[in-house]
Design a protein around this ligand. Structure first.
Ligand SMILES: Cc1cc2nc3c(=O)[nH]c(=O)nc-3n(C[C@H](O)[C@H](O)[C@H](O)COP(=O)(O)OP(=O)(O)OC[C@H]3O[C@@H](n4cnc5c(N)ncnc54)[C@H](O)[C@@H]3O)c2cc1C
Length: 494
């Protein structure tokens, strides 16, 4: 099947010929007499260079880092990506692949570099009963609508699905099904990648495996991902969510562990949300900044027919006992719940506030202690309205992509501190510093960073992050991006 792209670069008006001045690092629409001007390749899409448009690319979901690029490519074809990577290489322009810009700390920005905005390449190509080939700019939400129409689904979805395929495959892509099926990067059959050399390579576990595993959770350091073939499984039509409430994180985590052993549960997520101010006196009395949180677990079972649920053994959890709430939705509505929540937060004006998120894989042996420490450090200033904590269980044996770094224990928990704060520069700096200190502390317990949030990192930190794989990554970088142009937003290699 073939689904028309949402945004077709073909429909953009044909721009005038563009020239680049390599000395001044600037653009011109007509070459003047100076011989140093070089023509930009003719493109099917568009190269955007005007300052106001570039300002929109000097931002991301975090609203903490602002780096203005030199240009913004909206490719109309893979050939455009190849042409502009070659052009950038000739002129030493740093590059970054970008999806929706939903990372939080400049990961998809490029100071004085070229942003390759993959959202204009968003076609869903051939679909079979067990796999689908998609452009990297396809939004997962659109893919779910297309696959569920055929009774199919990707086995692992992020909870928020308004993200590109290329964006989540560059970081890992995890959700409430990951405890069973690993990360989205574990469900990839084949990739098409434009390397930093400007070569288009098709790779898989069998062919060019080094590049394949260098791109999956590879933070865009070795190539621009242009196409992916993803595994599909049959989709159930309905989702029943059982909700259990807890007095604290320790009791929640005990039941979360137990649920991972229950064979009928398809999806698990732990939550902690601030109790709304009007329904609670601040925990430390009037004027206190202490938080009051509500802890709850969601366990979901997918099904077609309600009779299937009759065969489900009682969900009698060791701590919580029976579910406090039960909710039935269609599978599609279930996968869309966080998109709807984020839309509500945007409508309430919270979307434009800073989001200094922190996402940490914590070894099971340390998760109670780490959660206690996190809760001690949060207050209603550094964890403002719209913030929440999430807990996702993981099993190491389901995770196969080497660059997706997790603790060296059989099980771990992803603890997401998803916070929204006031746009006060001092507070923003304090919270980022707090993230850094919590990150250090968690690494000390054997934990790992999920690198989508707001933690300042330098090359030494990245070398520690990748551990024994650092040498391999450095070698791959030399092989596929010898001029170190890619991944400008992360500064992994300086
Ligand atoms: C509201 C919200 C909810 C989220 N929920 C989840 C969740 O449930 N699970 C989860 O795992 N994550 C979640 N995330 C994080 C999200 O998965 C990552 O931030 C993801 O990278 C964002 O995808 P994107 O398309 O916005 O990528 P971007 O932020 O644009 O890019 C992310 C990184 O990938 C690189 N990149 C992007 N596209 C390409 C490409 N085609 N080729 C090479 N490199 C590329 C960029 O350079 C950058 O380093 C959430 C984020 C938000 C804002």
């Amino acid at each position: 099947m073939s689904v028309a792209p949402r945004t077709s670069a073909d429909q953009l008006p044909q721009p005038p010929a563009l020239y680049f001045d390599p000395d001044e690092r600037s653009w011109a629409t007509a070459a003047d007499s100076a011989s140093r001007f070089v023509p930009v390749p003719r493109l099917n899409g568009k190269l955007i260079t005007d300052a106001s448009a570039l300002a929109t690319m000097a931002d991301d979901f975090g609203h903490l880092i602002h780096r203005t690029p030199l240009a913004w490519l909206r490719p109309g074809s893979t050939d455009d990506v190849v042409a502009m990577v070659c052009f950038a290489r000739r002129h030493g322009i740093r590059l970054v692949g970008r999806g929706c810009g939903h990372t939080a700390f400049g990961q998809a920005q490029a100071e004085a570099g070229l942003i390759i905005d993959m959202r204009s390449l968003c076609q869903i190509h051939d679909m079979t009963p067990d796999q689908v080939r998609v452009d990297a700019g396809v939004i997962w939400r659109d893919l779910i609508l297309a696959t569920t129409a055929a009774g199919l689904t990707p086995p692992v979805l992020t909870d928020f699905t308004a993200l590109t395929v290329g964006g989540t495959l560059s970081v890992g892509g995890v959700g409430g099904r990951s405890f069973r099926h690993g990360a989205q990067v574990d469900q990839v059959v084949e990739l098409q990648v434009v390397t930093g050399r400007g070569e288009l390579v098709t790779c898989s576990a069998e062919a060019h495996a080094g590049l394949f595993y260098g791109v999956l959770a590879g933070l865009g350091l070795c190539g621009i991902l242009v196409q992916a073939t993803l595994r599909l499984t049959p989709a159930r039509q309905q989702a029943r969510t059982y909700r259990f409430f807890y007095p604290d994180h320790t009791t929640l985590l005990a039941d979360l562990r137990w649920l991972t052993t229950h064979p009928d549960i398809d999806y698990i997520r732990g939550n902690a949300i601030p109790v709304p101010a009007q329904s609670a006196t601040p925990a430390g009395g009037p004027g206190s900044r202490r938080l009051r949180l509500q802890f709850f677990l969601e366990a979901t079972v997918f099904y077609n027919d309600v009779e299937e649920l009759a065969g489900l053994p009682d969900l009698d959890l060791p701590v919580a006992g029976d579910a406090d709430q039960v909710e039935d939705r269609t599978y599609v509505a279930f996968t869309d719940q966080v998109v709807q929540l984020v839309n509500q937060l945007d409508a309430a004006g919270l979307g434009q506030l800073p989001h200094p998120w922190l996402d940490l894989f914590v070894p099971d042996s340390a998760v109670n202690l780490v959660s206690t420490q996190i809760l001690t450090e949060l207050d209603n200033t550094n964890f403002g309205p719209g913030s929440l904590l999430l807990f996702y269980p993981f099993s190491r044996e389901t995770l196969r992509c080497p660059l997706f770094q997790i603790p060296n224990e059989p099980t771990c928990v992803l603890v997401d501190i998803l916070r929204t704060i006031a746009p006060d520069p001092d507070l923003m700096a304090d919270v980022v510093a707090q993230n850094r200190h919590l990150y250090e502390w968690v690494v000390g317990t054997g934990g790992q960073l999920y690198p989508i949030g707001a933690v300042p990192m330098d090359t030494r930190d990245w070398a520690r992050h990748f551990g024994p794989l650092w040498q391999d990554l450095t070698r791959m970088k030399q092989e596929y991006d010898p001029d170190a142009l890619l991944g400008a937003g992360l500064r992994v290699f300086g």
